[in-house]
Design a protein around this ligand. Structure first.
Ligand SMILES: Nc1nc2c(ncn2[C@@H]2O[C@H](COP(=O)(O)OP(=O)(O)OP(=O)(O)O)[C@@H](O)[C@H]2O)c(=O)[nH]1
Ligand SMILES: [Mg+2]
Length: 367
């Protein structure tokens, strides 16, 4: 295949021809052919850039959390990235405009959230054929998926979900806890706890398939065969997702479609228009709330100044100290906390106390 520069200039020529060609009956067929050539040229560029960069186009994680925009070509992912962040990802009215993974940073409540614009190439990723494989690697390390769905085509979501499932990416599902303690003695397989919903015969087949013959096994949650296999193989990934239902400006009754989707998929649906910033407020809030971030305030023992910091849901006083106040960690005795996680103001709590969004914390060192 030709090198990337040559491919890019060919793409430019095709795009120019496309923009020059008027859209009418006589040119219909020619336009369709041109569009598919453009799409092919973009795929070729993606392939070429993969070769140049070796592993693909992996973007390093940065900021407090990483959010992946996932959707079909032309759903409006790049437009949304540009509206949410300081980035300037190319957008265009044809498919496969974005050929790499493009990062941007969204600042909300003092948190820096990395937003990744993905090329619209997810289909058939599991076969390892499309460029989807490297995209999926990036999705796996993200803290949240925002499915960008064109409101004119809600079934796009079915295809995205089934593709992710075949890649062992489980959406909005708690990771089932499976404990396997292998033992040297010939005890066979003992299923001490089995809440999987699978019978022991099936479980035996799966475990012996992994070479486990003598072990005490506890399965604490519901799980089907495929999921258990990917769990045991360490291939599964559990990630939360919300839906940005885009292009609401193109339909007359977006609310009905949004409610229907919410009901059908049991997921949070945010109706937006990536081209109108005023519609993005709720989505922004939802991204923050679902990426596992909280904001707490640090207050010194003396003085009233509170400084906001970004922490993670489930953080304890001890973990907060480790992250922001390494100096106090070793001598940390307790903390005074004010806010949603405590019953009364300035409550004294231990290092294992779990914080909530909006708490104010004062560390107390041992004397
Ligand atoms: N009317 C309308 N058009 C939109 C909206 N969001 C995006 N578009 C248009 O849809 C087309 C595709 O948008 P992109 O942002 O390039 O889509 P994408 O998902 O990044 O597409 P690929 O990079 O090809 O995967 C562009 O012409 C955008 O201007 C929207 O909310 N309303
Ligand atoms: Mg794009």
């Amino acid at each position: 295949m030709a090198d990337k520069d040559a491919l890019e200039s060919r793409l430019e020529e095709l795009e120019e021809e496309l923009s020059r060609t008027k859209d009418n009956k006589a040119t219909n067929k020619h336009l369709a052919a041109l569009r598919s050539k453009v799409a092919q040229a973009r795929r070729d560029i993606v392939k070429a850039s993969r070769r140049v960069h070796g592993k693909g186009f992996f973007v390093k994680k940065s900021g407090d959390a990483t959010v992946a925009l996932v959707g079909f070509p032309s759903a409006g992912k790049s437009s949304l990235l540009n509206a949410l962040t300081n980035s300037n990802s190319k957008t265009a009215p044809y498919a496969f405009t974005t050929t790499g993974i493009i990062p941007g940073t969204m600042v909300y409540r003092d948190a820096h959230i990395q937003v990744l614009d993905m090329p619209g190439l997810i289909e058939n990723a599991h076969s390892g054929l499309g460029e989807g494989t490297s995209i999926v690697a990036q999705i796996r390390v993200s803290d949240l998926i925002v499915f960008v769905i064109d409101i004119n085509n809600p079934p796009q979501l079915d295809m995205l979900l089934s593709e992710l499932k075949s890649l062992n990416v489980y959406i909005n599902k708690k990771k089932p806890e499976v404990q396997v303690r292998e033992v040297d003695a010939y005890i066979g397989l003992r299923f001490e706890v089995n809440k999987s919903g699978l019978d022991e015969q099936d479980l035996r087949t799966i475990f012996t398939g992994f070479g486990t013959y003598n072990a005490v096994v506890r399965i604490w949650g519901k799980v089907d065969e495929d999921e258990l296999i990917s769990l045991l193989a360490n291939r599964s990934c559990y990630i939360n997702a919300i839906i940005a239902l885009n292009k609401i400006d193109t339909v007359s009754d977006f609310e009905t479609i949004a409610h229907e989707m919410e009901r059908r998929y049991a997921m949070t649906v945010l109706p937006i228009s990536a081209l109108r910033k005023s519609t993005l407020e709720q989505l922004t809030r939802s991204i923050y709330a679902n990426s596992g971030l909280i904001r707490v305030y640090l207050k010194p023992r003396t003085g009233k100044e509170r400084s906001p910091v970004t922490a993670y849901a489930g953080f304890t006083v001890g973990e907060l100290a480790k992250r922001f106040h390494t100096a106090v960690v070793d001598e940390l005795k307790c903390a005074y906390v004010d806010g949603p996680s405590v019953k009364f103001s300035n409550q004294r709590v231990g290092v294992n106390h779990t914080l909530k969004d909006g708490d104010t914390v004062t560390f107390i060192k041992e004397k």
